[in-house]
Design a protein around this ligand. Structure first.
Ligand code: FES
Ligand SMILES: [Fe+2]
Length: 393
């Protein structure tokens, strides 16, 4: 490879090229990513209501969560409501191009200000008494203002929550006055997110599933390949290999999965590896899984799964299947359609079906019984340990 071609290489390909030797080495040794020991998890980890409340407050009200893609708030005046984190939020792109988040709660007497899921508007009018706010949250219309005798002070604007865009994702901390430090939050993962290029992601399919079970149990189904050959045997027959490399970035993690032709790569010089075919999966703690598909002939497909706890035994699961750089061709579109149908069906009938059953079963187990999380379930172990650490245990 010449220096020129290295300079011209797209960032995602450069990233995959950097990760390729690791997965080839795993294949050569006939190994996969493993934890150093077995984690014995108390079953109550998945149903204890006090633990649930601690998790919700510490992880979903104080940490940055992804509220949407930048492309879902593309223009000046674009807005979206976001209720998944348990607080009614309004996201809006102001005239200065900046994305802001507000409590979607009128500063007069608390009515919901914006009731549409998304759209474009220069101002938002509360239906109760007609107070009107601009896209920066400031009151610009207030019927009978004189009746308030000049005593409105801080009530003349919507309450703001921290929000920031980074690499095509909109992060919010769903608590007014909360702290948002994305550099600290993302750490080394920042470079990988930049390489994926979600700024140009177009959402092709979106869905919100309501699921019975604990949010961590639902998330866990994304963090190990152990169940592929059993639960998903029919759905993904032969499509995935359990060989993977696992890397952590603070509480976040990355899986480098095996491309289908990995066994052949072992005996090929690195220049011949088609690194674009390496699937990657990122976990943005606490709840966002970003699956970067192969960049085949058709185009790049990225699937985003988000899990939002609603109660110890209930969570919502948001799916966004995206074409990065837009849909490239009819084949690309067909590939995204297929991926969405298959993934949704696997989630509903397989992963989340087990999640619902477990939630009935786990509380029935003897109190001193623990659940063994194996060495090959390294992503699950890592997630649980981070949940414990970040909820102050
Ligand atoms: S509650 Fe919104 S204007 Fe009164
Ligand atoms: Fe699964």
């Amino acid at each position: 490879m010449t220096v020129d071609s290295m300079v011209a290489e797209p960032p995602l390909r450069a990233l995959r090229r950097r990760l390729a030797p690791g997965i080839v080495e795993m294949q050569r040794k006939g190994e996969t990513a493993r934890a150093t020991s077995v984690l014995h998890e108390p079953a109550a980890f998945f149903f204890d209501p006090a633990r649930f409340e601690r998790e919700y407050q510490a992880l979903f009200r104080q940490m940055p969560v992804v509220a949407c893609l930048s492309s879902q708030l593309a223009d000046v005046g674009s807005f979206r409501t976001f209720d998944d984190a348990g607080v009614p939020l309004l996201l809006s792109r102001g005239r200065d191009g900046k994305v802001r988040a507000f409590l979607n709660v009128c500063a007069h007497r608390g009515a919901r200000v914006v009731r549409e899921p998304c759209g474009k508007a220069a101002r938002f009018t509360c239906r109760f008494h007609g107070w009107t706010y601009d896209s920066a949250g400031k009151v610009i219309g207030l019927p009978e203002e004189n009746e308030f005798c000049g005593e409105l002070g801080g009530n003349k604007r919507l309450v703001e929550c921290p929000a920031e865009e980074r690499h095509g994702l909109v992060f919010v901390v769903p608590t007014p006055g909360g702290a948002l430090d994305l550099d600290a939050h993302l750490g080394e993962l920042d470079g990988d997110l930049a390489a994926i290029g979600l700024e140009s992601a177009e959402v092709i399919h979106a869905d919100l599933l309501s699921v019975t079970g604990n949010w961590k149990y639902g998330a866990d189904t994304f963090f190990e390949t152990y169940h592929l050959n059993s639960l998903h045997y029919e759905t993904f027959k032969g499509l995935f290999s359990p060989t993977c490399v696992f890397d952590t970035f603070g509480p976040h993690h990355r899986f480098t999965f095996a491309p289908q032709m990995l066994p052949e790569w072992v005996n090929m010089p690195p220049e011949q590896w088609q690194v674009d075919l390496i699937p990657l999966q990122y976990f943005l703690f606490p709840n966002t899984i970003i699956s970067v598909g192969t960049t085949g002939k058709t185009g790049l497909t990225v699937n985003i799964h988000q899990i939002f706890p609603q109660a110890p035994d209930h969570f919502t699961s948001r799916l966004s299947f995206c074409a990065v750089g837009g849909v490239q061709s009819a084949d690309h579109r067909a590939e995204i359609d297929r991926a969405y149908q298959t993934a949704r069906q696997a989630l509903v009938n397989e992963d989340y079906s087990v999640t619902g059953e477990s939630h009935v079963g786990l509380p029935a187990l003897p109190q001193d019984m623990t659940l063994p999380i194996g060495q090959q379930e390294i992503g699950v172990q890592n997630f649980h340990n981070n949940v414990r650490r970040l909820t102050g245990e």
